[in-house]
Each structure stands twice: as C-alpha cells, then as structure tokens.
Design a protein around this ligand. Structure first.
Ligand SMILES: *[C@@H]1O[C@H](CO)[C@@H](O)[C@H](O)[C@H]1NC(C)=O
Ligand SMILES: *[C@@H]1O[C@H](CO)[C@@H](O)[C@H](O)[C@H]1NC(C)=O
Ligand SMILES: *[C@@H]1O[C@H](CO)[C@@H](O)[C@H](O)[C@H]1NC(C)=O
Ligand SMILES: *[C@@H]1O[C@H](CO)[C@@H](O)[C@H](O)[C@H]1NC(C)=O
Ligand SMILES: *[C@@H]1O[C@H](CO)[C@@H](O)[C@H](O)[C@H]1NC(C)=O
Ligand SMILES: *[C@@H]1O[C@H](CO)[C@@H](O)[C@H](O)[C@H]1NC(C)=O
Ligand SMILES: *[C@@H]1O[C@H](CO)[C@@H](O)[C@H](O)[C@H]1NC(C)=O
Ligand SMILES: *[C@@H]1O[C@H](CO)[C@@H](O)[C@H](O)[C@H]1NC(C)=O
Ligand SMILES: *[C@@H]1O[C@H](CO)[C@@H](O)[C@H](O)[C@H]1NC(C)=O
Ligand SMILES: *[C@@H]1O[C@H](CO)[C@@H](O)[C@H](O)[C@H]1NC(C)=O
Ligand SMILES: *[C@@H]1O[C@H](CO)[C@@H](O)[C@H](O)[C@H]1NC(C)=O
Ligand SMILES: *[C@@H]1O[C@H](CO)[C@@H](O)[C@H](O)[C@H]1NC(C)=O
Length: 732
C-alpha cells in the first residue's frame, strides 16, 4: 500500500512533463494456450495422470487429446468414465513476466471462469478460490509475481465430492437428493453453482467436467480498466425519440479503499458524443453512469426481431484516460434501440391477465424453441457451431429462444449472433428442477453471479426477459420432491433466493426488460399468491409448460389454451447416422441396452412407440437395423406432427377467446438442440442436422399460415399471420 501511495505522489509531480497521445494501455499477458503450445499440464492427485492440457479447456478433452480415453460419448462411457469426475485435478504451467509489468500500480490475475471448486496458487502461494462456475475473479498478484519465471497452479476438488459434503453438512434436506435412476446421474447438483445438467438430465449425460472453462490472463494497469458497459435504450411514447442510459463498470485493481482513481471519460455513438467528462472512481463505486442526449430515430434505426424489421446495431465506444499515469482503457460494444414491454392486463371475456410482449410498441407473437448447452464439454462449442445452430432458428421462421435455466449463461458470441440474427431471448437464471440451499454463503455467491452476468450480457438487444428459475415454483407447489410436509420452510427459502436475492439484483441492474420469478409462473399474479401460486400452470396467467405423452396428440382438445406456451414437446430418435458414430451394430435396436441407456426419460421409448401405433403401421419386416431405421423415421414423423398440431393450436388462439381462455401470444417448443446423440425432444440433432420436426417447424411457424382444425364433423380453416395488418397479405 505504501509503495502505491509513493508512486502516485511522484508521478503527480511529473504530470506536466508527460505528452499525451501514446497513453499506456493495459498490459495483457494471456495465460490461455492450446494443446500444441505445450504450456499447460494437468495431473490428478497421485500424478498417475500428468498430461498436456489446453486453457480454456477441461480434463475430459485433455484426456481425449492425449489418447488416455476415447470419445466420451461412445456407448456407455458416460458411466465408464465417471471416475474422471471424482478425481481432483490440478492445472499448472510456467509463465514469465517482463519488468514493465511491475511498473504498473496493479498487477492482477483475471479469471473469466473456473469449473468449479478450485484454489489458485501463484508461485506456490494461495491467491484466491472459486466455488461458482459463473463468477469471474480478479486477484491482486503484484507482490507474489516476479520478473522472469513464475508458475500458476489451479487445484480443483471433484465437484460430486464437494456436493455430497455440503449436502451432509446442511441442516435439512434440500431435495431432490439424486436424479432419477434412468439418467445414470450424479447426486446433489443443487449444492453447487455449476451447470446443473452436467450431473445428468432427462436428455443428457453426467460428466461433471472440471477445468478452466474460460479465459485466463494477467493484466497490469495504473488507474482503472473498463470491464463492462450496459447501454439501456429509453424511448419516448411513440418510439421516435430515444435516450441511452450508459453505465460503465471498471476494475480498479489494487486501488486502496480510501483512495480514488480520477480521469476523464468519452462516450461516442454514431448519434451522440460526450468528451472528456471528469470522473472519480473508488473501490466502492467503480462505475460511472451517463444519460446520453435524446436523439430522433426512424423505424429503420431500431432493432427488431427477425421477420419484423431490421436488426440495426451500433457501436458505442468508451475511452477512459488518466493523465496522472498517462493511461488509457477503452472498450467498444454493439447496442440496439429496442424496447420491451410485457403486457399483463385485463382481457374482455377472459378472467386473469394477458401475457404478451410488445417490442418497440408492437405486439408480437413469440415463435421459437428452447436452448440447452450445445455440448457437455463447453470448450468444444465453436463460434461456427453456434452460428450454424442459431441460423437454423431463423431459417425455420423462428425469432425466439429460451435459454433454459439448467445450463449456462451462454458465451458472448451466442448473444452477439442472436443480436445479429434477430433472435429474442427468454433468459432464465441458472436454476432448475430442484430446491436450493439458502445459507449466507450460497446467497452471497448467487447475488454476485447475477450481478456479474447481468453486467456482462445486459446490453444485448436480443434479451427479452429474465426469469428466476426453471419449474421450481411448480415443483414446490406440486410436491415433486416430497417437500409438502415442510412447505413453509421451502417457500421461505424460495422467496429468499428468487425474490429477495435474484429478482432484487436483476431489477437493480436492468431497468428496461421484465423479470418473472419462474417459468412457468402466473406472471404478476404470482406475487399476489405469495410467490407460490395455487396453480402455476393456470391458463389465465403467465406462461405454461405442458407435456402429455399418453393422449393422442392428434386430438387437439388435449392442449391447454394458455396465454404463452414456453415449453411443450415430444421425443424422437435422431437419424441413425447420429448414434452410429457412437455405437456398434448390435446397438441398433429399440430393445438394445444402448437404446435403453441413451433414453434418460422414464419409458420414453415406449411412449414414442405408443404414439406411433395410434396412427402408423409398425409391423416389422426386414432385418434388425432396417427396422430400427424405419422406427426412427416414424418417431420423427410422429414428433413433427404432434408439435405441428400443438403449435398451430397456440397460433390459432392468438386472437381468440374460447370459454374464457385463449389470447395465446407465444409458442416455444421443447427443445431446439441436443447435447449428445440420444433420443430427446430436440428438433436439431447433435452436430447440427435437422430432424423432421425442424422442417415441419419451418412450415408451422411460417409468417402466413393456413391452419385446419376439425371439430364436431366440421372443418375449420384459420388464416394466421404475423403481418402488422392484413393489407400486407394477399388471400387466394
Ligand atoms: C492413483 O489414484 C487412482 C485413483 O484416484 C488409483 O486408481 C490409482 O491406483 C493410483 N495410482 C497410484 C500409482 O497410486
Ligand atoms: C479429493 O479431494 C477431497 C477433498 O480434499 C478428498 O476428500 C478426496 O479424497 C480427494 N479425492 C481423490 C481421488 O484424491
Ligand atoms: C517450469 O520451470 C521449471 C524451472 O525451469 C521446470 O523445472 C519445470 O519443468 C517447468 N514446468 C513446466 C510445466 O514447464
Ligand atoms: C512454483 O514456484 C514455487 C516457488 O518458486 C516453487 O516452490 C514450486 O516448486 C513451483 N512449482 C512448479 C510446479 O514448478
Ligand atoms: C480468450 O482468449 C483467446 C486467446 O487468447 C482469444 O482468442 C479469445 O478471444 C478470448 N475470448 C474472450 C471471450 O475474451
Ligand atoms: C440509468 O441507469 C442508472 C444505473 O442503473 C439508474 O440508476 C438510473 O435510474 C437510470 N436512469 C434512467 C433515466 O433510467
Ligand atoms: C488510508 O486509510 C488507512 C487506514 O484506514 C490510513 O492509515 C492511511 O493513512 C489512509 N491513506 C490515505 C491516503 O488517506
Ligand atoms: C469506435 O471505434 C472503432 C475502432 O476504433 C471505430 O472504427 C468506430 O468508428 C468508432 N465508432 C464510433 C461511433 O466512434
Ligand atoms: C482504443 O484506443 C486505441 C488507441 O487510441 C485505438 O487504436 C483503438 O481503436 C481503440 N479501440 C476501441 C475499441 O475503441
Ligand atoms: C421437515 O424438516 C425437518 C428438519 O428441519 C425434518 O426433521 C422433518 O423430517 C421434515 N419433515 C418432512 C415431512 O419432510
Ligand atoms: C445388457 O446389459 C445387461 C445388464 O447390464 C447385461 O447383463 C447384458 O449382457 C447386456 N447385453 C448386451 C447384449 O450387451
Ligand atoms: C401393416 O403392414 C403389414 C406389412 O405391410 C401388413 O401385412 C398389415 O396388413 C398392415 N396392417 C394394417 C392394420 O394395415
């Protein structure tokens, strides 16, 4: 600390002598390295494995790269390779630093994400710990690092071991203790802030990866560095005049608590320019907020979902200069002018409230599906693969995805592509299908997680709404996990977590998009019913998730007349080419061990067969593999038709009220993509190939649709359109 103050004083004296223009930028020493560079190694506790690693990356892909293991997706290896998740792995490498690094006031280790329980050491000295995969870290290492050779090691403790330990120590049960046996999963995932589906899901495997899943670097700077920028567009009543509320977040590194970093900030957009405003940053308030002047915009300047207008994006440049240290930090983001309103108001002839979105003042029926992590090993998800999957969304006439709460807050590139393509996002906070602990440490960890994630992605115009969790209100109300005997206890926990912690934090950060406590929920009615509604699936309020595999899906009467269908679906098998890559010929049968093993939904294969036999002749001819091939085809046709009927049902209800229900304004089927090769609800199989359903989706989501419905021996034909008014449409 003393040293810091001395530098400050002496440079102060030299201030006038400095020439401006070649300001010192932050020195960034990346510690990321691919396999080919041989920089990183990873070993288990007794060093029986000690191998070349990549950062970002995980242990499984390192073992694969070194041919210690085969493809983890092959046959039964999700279970055979379970030992990997139970080992404690350590990543380590050397790095060298120049003397210049130490001329800066702050030298920090900047960590974008560790998965999950880890201690970090520089030259053998502990610098920090992580126990939340969704946290970033910045640790002061100036006094530990030295000029020349240094080393870093990151010691992970096996996530399943920590989860069990926390479960054992918790004063009461926080169910579900384990996933259903059919998932071959790992227990107590709810005790960790880790991708929840990494301990298994009803469509995915349990690998519980360990590793450095995001970038890692050393950053050296003098005054402050811009980390995040939130740009919130604020329109006037008719969306012709817009202000931009810009908040810039800084890292102030080793700035002492009772000191401040001062400088000037410039904010430039194509519409406005604010130059050299003096600002003062402190450790407690390392941010700066400015409301940019109102500008007049035309519809062409606004950001619209795909199919409704342009996706106009603009650059916002922020520059921070500190003359004392002659230092500079700048950052550029892309933002869009779009406003979201969630309309929940009385509807004539229907009790309850509407639940629909207005984007830039226009009511829009939301068409899309649900997004899950695109791979069990995040490091394998490339920009190209994301673009391929997201392009498939708009190619099938969709403009929306729900980023489901059991996965991860997606990488920046995901949101950037959604901005470009016009895909609006229902963004869950990462909690799903469980009760959760609410001890002090857990809540503090979650609060920080939400704050960091909202700051990171909050400027993307693709964001439509935040939701606190996936299905946890419904789970508590309907006693999925045996909580009924202690309902009051778990409800209090629920409110502490989703309302008092998450809801409060989201609302404190983002002022321009809505927040709902859960999906499904009754929207604003939920608060009136004490946050755990009598029926969270009430068709008169909010959104609904709906699944029924027993009733014939050709019988349209079975579908709920909801305001917003945020999940509904039916399973199918991926085309044989997909499982072929990870199986042998003996596996290619509905009755095989492999077929049972890959099916993580109880009775899933049987349910598919039952639905098929309601309408198709399944009598077996040909040999084994051909019969499997045919059956896969039928599961896909059956799935495609079921979801076509259900989706068209929701679209028809857009402007209709039938017996007090209807006015449906959104259809997001479950699910878009796959995490591995398995029978699931997906419309796109692992790797990116479209299943039959995705081709159906292109039709049933067409902007203009004729949809038939038979009732009491009469055939009704409905015309459905996304067009603003029917003058845009020619009828024949
Ligand atoms: C190292 O540990 C693993 C399990 O953690 C064990 O299977 C193996 O036998 C050990 N190897 C040695 C050489 O001790
Ligand atoms: C991993 O670390 C935990 C916590 O220190 C310990 O209980 C466990 O035995 C270790 N496992 C292995 C395989 O070394
Ligand atoms: C790091 O440097 C030390 C000292 O030169 C050397 O012994 C060690 O092998 C290096 N470690 C790695 C992982 O390269
Ligand atoms: C890392 O540096 C410390 C301190 O110089 C040293 O004791 C330790 O052996 C080094 N570790 C590795 C793996 O090189
Ligand atoms: C992570 O680091 C790599 C290599 O240093 C770089 O190419 C990439 O852009 C970084 N990613 C992010 C999100 O900063
Ligand atoms: C702008 O954002 C800041 C920080 O979130 C907030 O305090 C302020 O109320 C916002 N201003 C307007 C006009 O929305
Ligand atoms: C900062 O606070 C510490 C103790 O709180 C004090 O000793 C020190 O003099 C203060 N430094 C300045 C620059 O005010
Ligand atoms: C922002 O900075 C980039 C890169 O320096 C530049 O190309 C662009 O014109 C700038 N945009 C604005 C609005 O100043
Ligand atoms: C940051 O500033 C440097 C130096 O003035 C400039 O070359 C660069 O384009 C700027 N980058 C952004 C993103 O504004
Ligand atoms: C309620 O929780 C207590 C511990 O707080 C436990 O002893 C009791 O068994 C629970 N009751 C039910 C019905 O789950
Ligand atoms: C199927 O699994 C069972 C139980 O694990 C095993 O006994 C049997 O040999 C397996 N059959 C084949 C064909 O692999
Ligand atoms: C089903 O197909 C088989 C083979 O083509 C045929 O023999 C049988 O009659 C068909 N069954 C029905 C009910 O059509």
């Amino acid at each position: 600390m003393l040293q810091y103050v001395m530098i400050l004083v002496c440079i102060n004296l030299l201030c006038d002598a400095k020439t401006f223009g070649d300001s010192k930028k932050t020195l960034i020493i990346p510690l990321d390295a691919d396999f080919g560079s041989f920089q990183w190694r990873v070993h288990n506790a007794n060093h029986s494995y000690d191998l070349v690693a990549a950062v970002p990356g995980g242990v499984h892909t390192a073992l694969m790269h070194n041919a210690n293991i085969g493809d983890p997706y092959y046959r039964f290896r999700d279970v055979e390779y379970r030992w990997i998740a139970y080992e404690n792995w350590t990543y380590y490498r050397n790095f060298s630093l120049t003397g210049e690094v130490f001329t800066r006031n702050s030298v920090v280790l900047s960590v974008a994400g560790l998965d999950t329980i880890a201690k970090v050491f520089i030259n053998g000295v502990h610098v920090g710990s992580s126990d939340n995969m969704f946290h970033t870290h910045e640790w002061d290492i100036k006094s530990l690092a030295k000029k020349g050779l240094n080393n870093i090691s990151i010691s992970f403790t096996a996530a399943p071991t920590v989860a069990l330990d926390r479960f054992n120590k918790y004063p009461y049960d926080v169910p579900p203790d384990c996933p259903p046996a059919v998932q071959n999963g790992i227990c107590h995932m709810n005790f960790l802030r880790k991708e929840q589906c990494s301990f298994s899901w009803d469509w995915g495997p349990a690998f519980a990866p360990q590793g450095v899943w995001k970038n890692l670097s050393i950053q050296a700077f003098d005054a402050a560095v811009i980390t995040d920028v939130l740009a919130i567009p604020l329109p006037n009543g008719d969306f012709s005049m817009w202000k931009l509320n810009v908040t810039v977040f800084f890292s102030v590194g080793a700035l002492p608590a009772n000191s401040s970093a001062s400088g000037t900030i410039s904010v430039t957009s194509p519409f406005t320019m604010v130059e050299d405003v003096p600002i003062k940053l402190t450790r407690d308030r390392p941010n700066y907020n400015i409301l940019l002047d109102e500008v007049k915009l035309s519809e062409e300047n606004l950001w619209w979902p795909h199919g409704f207008g342009k996706q106009s994006l603009y650059q916002l440049n922020i520059t921070f200069r500190n003359s004392q240290f002659d230092s500079l930090s700048n950052k550029s983001i892309k933002f869009g002018f779009r406003a979201v309103e969630l309309v929940q108001e009385d509807i004539p002839k229907s009790p309850g409230y509407s639940f629909y979105f207005k984007i830039n003042g226009r009511s829009i029926f939301i068409k899309g599906s649900n997004w899950i992590p695109a791979d069990a090993f995040q490091e394998r998800i490339t920009r190209g693969y994301l673009r391929n999957l997201l392009q498939s969304v708009v190619d099938a006439n969709m403009h929306a995805l729900r980023v489901w709460g059991g996965g991860v807050y997606e990488q920046d590139v995901f949101y950037e592509i959604c901005d470009e393509l016009g895909i609006v996002l229902w963004q869950d906070v990462m909690f799903g299908c469980a009760m959760y602990p609410t001890n002090k440490d857990f809540l503090a960890s979650v609060q920080r997680e939400v704050r960091l994630q909202v700051r990171r992605i909050g400027h993307h115009p693709s964001l439509l709404i935040w939701a606190g969790n996936n299905e946890n209100e419904a789970a508590l109300r309907q006693n999925w996990y045996g909580t009924a005997g202690n309902f009051t206890l778990y409800r209090a926990d629920y409110i502490k977590l989703y309302i008092d912690t998450i809801g409060r934090e989201v609302n404190a950060q983002v002022t321009n998009i809505p927040f709902v406590s859960s999906s499904p929920s009754n929207g604003k009615e939920t608060e009136t019913s004490g946050w755990i509604a009598g029926n969270p699936y009430d068709t008169h309020y909010g959104d609904v998730h709906y699944y029924d595999y027993a009733t014939d899906c050709w019988d349209l009467r079975s579908f709920p007349k909801t305001r917003f269908a945020s999940e509904y679906g039916f399973q199918s098998w991926p085309s044989l080419e997909s499982p072929k890559k990870v199986s042998i010929q003996d596996d290619w049968d509905f009755g095989s061990n492999f077929s049972h093993h890959r099916q993580h939904h109880e009775n899933g294969n049987l349910q598919m067969l039952n639905m098929i036999t309601k309408h198709f002749n399944t009598s077996q001819r040909k040999n084994f593999a051909e019969a499997f091939h045919d059956m896969i085809y039928l599961t896909q046709i059956s799935q495609g038709l079921c979801i076509k009927f259900e989706t068209e049902h929701y679209r028809r209800l857009q402007s209709l009220i039938e017996s007090g229900e209807g006015h449906c304004m959104g259809a997001l089927y479950w699910q878009l993509n796959d995490i591995w090769q398995a029978p699931t609800w997906a419309s796109i199989e692992y790797g990116g190939n479209w299943k039959m359903l995705h081709y159906f989706a292109k039709d049933f989501f067409a902007p203009i649709l004729a949809s038939g419905k038979e009732e009491d021996g009469q055939l009704y034909v409905y015309s459905i359109t996304d067009a603003r008014d029917l003058n845009d449409v020619t009828m024949k």
